[in-house]
Design a protein around this ligand. Structure first.
Ligand code: HQG
Length: 182
């Protein structure tokens, strides 16, 4: 498979494992897991033909490690990014003192007013490095990076979670904890 094909399947997996499993009539359990066998059968029936070996390639070659197999290899899920109400069973963790959020410049005014809100997704997503935040922000337009004072948030008793692929998650970031990274 070439990188363009892997990218295509990665996007399709994001759709069905994070947002719309009903697209292919796939069942996810409460923790977001799908049966690999079921996923393969339903993707193939839908016309997104893929073998088990190819699925493994997409999962293992994915730079952001967006998807994970269960230990026994029977199940697969997205590690973060869900709009579906799944319980990833993540435990609260102490975050680094500072995290980053990349967004589009046009969102800034509203973010300063309302803070970072989850929107469609289950959590607000934060990155531990500027580079990733920049890439995230670039998806929606001219990017800017916000520094999030996670140390102060944590001291205030707010909870943070780290996804299996090292994306930091929280429920909300109030404007007072945000600063433009210049
Ligand atoms: C913005 C990707 C106006 C927020 C990434 C973002 C991440 C506001 C957009 C993960 C706002 C939501 C999530 C407010 C937040 N006013 N705009 N008050 N509060 N926003 O895609 O964080 O690559 O739902 O800044 O890497 O961009 O797909 O969230 O621009 O980890 O694996 O509302 O998705 O992962 O956009 O991205 P999104 P996100 P993948």
């Amino acid at each position: 498979m070439n990188s363009k094909q892997r990218d295509h399947y990665s996007k399709f997996l994001s759709l069905v494992l994070r947002h719309k499993p009903e697209t292919i009539n796939l069942a996810l359990d409460a923790e977001g897991w799908a049966l690999v066998e079921d996923l393969l059968a339903k993707m193939n029936a839908y016309g997104e033909s893929i073998s088990l070996a190819e699925l493994k390639e997409v999962v293992h070659q994915n730079a952001k490690k967006r998807f994970a197999f269960s230990e026994d290899g029977q199940h697969i899920r997205a590690s973060q990014g869900h709009s579906l109400k799944v319980d990833l069973k993540l435990q609260p963790q102490k975050p680094p003192a500072l995290l980053y959020h990349g967004t589009a410049q046009r969102n800034l005014e509203s973010i300063y007013e309302k803070g970072l809100v989850k929107g469609e997704r289950q959590y607000v997503h934060l990155s531990s490095d500027r580079e990733t935040a920049l890439a995230v922000g670039q998806r929606y337009g001219k990017p800017i990076i916000l520094k999030v004072n996670t140390e102060a948030m944590h001291a205030d008793g707010l909870s943070f979670y780290k996804s299996e692929n090292d994306v930091w998650l929280c429920d909300y970031v109030a404007p007072t904890f945000l600063e433009l990274d210049e």
